[in-house]
Design a protein around this ligand. Structure first.
Ligand code: SIN
Ligand code: FE2
Length: 204
C-alpha cells in the first residue's frame, strides 16, 4: 500500500512488478549505449561514487568547471540524451503531474560501495513539480530528513520496484543513500542498483 505523509513524501512499495522492472532495465541499458555512464565530479572537484547518465530533453550534470546544471547534451559525447521510456512517462502522469511531462530523467548506477551523501534537489526551475524516484536492483538504505540539513532524519529501505515521490514540503527535504545492500537483487546485469529520478527542470 502506498504511504503518504503530511510533508508530501510518498512511498509506493512494489509499484512496479518484476516483468515491468526487467523491461525497464532493458530500455535503460539500451539508452546507455547511446549515452554511456560516466563518473561525475562535484563543483568542489570530488569524483562522485555513482555512475551517471540521463534520458530526456535535459540531463542533470556536474563538473568542476560548470557546477550543477541541466543541459541537453551528454558531457562526453555532446550527443542529445535518449528519450525517456514510456512506462516512466506514464508513471509520472499517474503519480506526479497529469498535464506537464517530466523533461529530465537522471540515471544513477550504484556499484562497488557507491553511495550518495545528504543533499537537496534544487537545480530545477519550479519546485511545485515533484521529483519521482524509481529503484531497480539491489536494495538501498535511503535517508530522508527535513528542509534543514540539521533536521532529524529517518532511514527507509528502497527495494527493486519501489517508487517514491518528493512533493510538497518534502520536495526540498535533504536525502541520500547511505549504502546499497550488495547482492540483494538479481535484476541488474552485472549487479548493483539503478535509481531513476524524473524531474521537471524547466518551467512548464
Ligand atoms: C538522488 O537523490 O539523486 C538519488 C536517490 C536514490 O538513489 O535513491
Ligand atoms: Fe536527490
Amino acid at each position: 500500500m502506498a504511504m503518504q505523509n503530511a510533508s508530501g513524501f510518498e512511498f509506493h512499495p512494489a509499484r512496479l512488478g518484476r516483468e515491468t522492472q526487467e523491461a525497464l532495465v532493458r530500455q535503460v541499458f539500451s539508452a546507455l549505449e547511446a549515452a554511456p555512464l560516466y563518473r561525475p565530479v562535484t563543483p568542489g572537484g570530488k569524483a562522485m561514487s555513482v555512475q551517471m547518465s540521463n534520458m530526456g530533453p535535459l540531463g542533470w550534470v556536474t563538473d568542476q568547471a560548470g557546477g550543477y546544471r541541466y543541459q541537453a547534451t551528454h558531457p562526453v559525447s555532446a550527443e542529445p540524451w535518449p528519450v525517456i521510456p514510456q512506462v516512466l512517462l506514464d508513471l509520472w502522469a499517474d503519480l506526479a503531474d497529469a498535464k506537464t511531462p517530466p523533461d529530465a530523467c537522471l540515471v544513477n548506477l550504484y556499484r562497488d560501495g557507491a553511495r550518495m551523501s545528504l543533499h537537496q534537489d534544487r537545480d530545477e526551475a519550479d519546485m511545485r513539480f515533484p521529483v519521482l524516484s524509481v529503484s531497480l536492483g539491489d536494495t538501498a538504505v535511503f535517508r530522508i530528513g527535513g528542509a534543514s540539513r540539521s533536521d532529524r532524519t529517518r532511514s527507509i529501505k528502497l527495494a527493486s520496484g519501489d517508487v517514491c515521490l518528493l512533493a510538497g514540503d518534502a520536495r526540498l527535504f535533504f536525502h541520500g543513500v547511505d549504502r546499497v545492500l550488495q547482492g540483494s537483487s538479481t535484476l541488474i546485469p552485472g549487479g548493483g542498483r539503478i535509481n531513476l529520478t524524473l524531474r521537471r527542470a524547466r518551467p512548464a
